[in-house]
Design a protein. Structure first.
Length: 97
């Protein structure tokens, strides 16, 4: 072989492939990252669900309070109407005598 060919072969033999990176740890880290992400998502979902449930309860309480207030108002109006009807009947009886 010629001197140049030997030199090229030597250089080729010296160049080594870089060592393979151990991807098992990277894989494990990715899995743990996904698990952590899923866990935080589940936790946030529970927190939001609980908050929405509390909002629902508050809204229902306000709605019930409005309904009860309206019922009381209608009852007061009915009492006043009943009194007025009684007065009107008495006045009519007195007139018709």
């Amino acid at each position: 072989m010629t001197r140049i060919a030997k030199k090229v072969l030597r250089n080729l033999r010296k160049t080594r492939k870089p060592p393979k990176i151990d991807t098992s740890r990277d894989w494990l880290a990715k899995i743990k990252g996904k698990q952590n992400l899923h866990a935080t998502w589940e936790q946030d979902k529970k927190i939001k669900r609980d908050a929405n449930f509390q909002k629902l309860l508050i809204g229902q309480a306000k709605h019930r309070a409005k309904i009860n207030a309206e019922k009381e108002r209608q009852e007061e109006i009915n009492v006043v109407r009943l009194k007025n009807l009684k007065k009107a009947r008495r006045a009519k009886e007195k007139r018709n005598g």
